[in-house]
Design a protein around this ligand. Sequence first.
Ligand code: ZN
Ligand code: ZN
Length: 163
Amino acid sequence: MANKHLQDNPRARKKFRIIGFISFSIGLICVITAMIDFFTADFMPKLFFLFFIGMPFLFVGGVCLNFGYMRAVSKYTATETAPVAKDVANYMLAGTRDELAKTISAVRGEKVSNGPMCGSCGTQNEVGANYCDNCGKMLSKVCSCGEKNDSDARFCRKCGNRL
Ligand SMILES: [Zn+2]
Ligand SMILES: [Zn+2]
């Protein structure tokens, strides 16, 4: 409920951004100063207490910035990141699927081919093959119209001519 109210209130979000930015900057300066003092001090770091002042500022600043940019971030995530992530996932899945099929075929010792099966000896031939790899039998009947038909076809699937 509070989030929704905040998302519908651009002025509140702007305030959060400004407060967040200032608070975060103060916190960062305090912490860095404390760190520099801590590592450069000869005996006892005198400014290390700034660390404990800076940390709450950093925290508050971070929370305010989070609120201030929440909508922009969620909008960006929804419109930009999600489709990209989906595409990447699909791309990877498709690639994996193809690779998997190839791997399985390779493991089984099969030839990866979707070409015509020889009606005479049963050999699976390469895509676009006209004659059987194994026995030399014609795998397709080319019609006078140019359409390539199965070797056992009696009529052309494109123009209906008798083969
Ligand atoms: Zn054959
Ligand atoms: Zn034809």
